[in-house]
Design a protein around this ligand. Sequence first.
Ligand SMILES: [Zn+2]
Length: 114
Amino acid sequence: MLRADHARTQRRNLRQEIARLVEVAVFGTLSETYRTCGRPGCHCQQGGPKHGPHLNVSYRGENGKTTGYYVPKGAEEATRDGVAAWQRLQRCMRELAELNKERNLRSAREAKSR
Ligand SMILES: [Zn+2]
């Protein structure tokens, strides 16, 4: 396959994957916490196991401050998938940017040799 054809195929695949990922991506870092509750006499306040794990997402907001939220059980799977999708999205965007760079440099070389 010609280099330009190969780049075109790569670009199409990346665009398709990016389109899929942007639909589900979630921004942030996952962490799991264990908590004590407010129930009097609960084992969690007497050295017994605490409650959890509870899933949390934290991220740096636009004002630069770290913020976050608690993820309810029903949203855990979608949130985990979403955070993985965000990371995959970053890699896809880098690859696409690399192809863009190569295309720009190639067209500059071709214009010069003309
Ligand atoms: Zn408790």
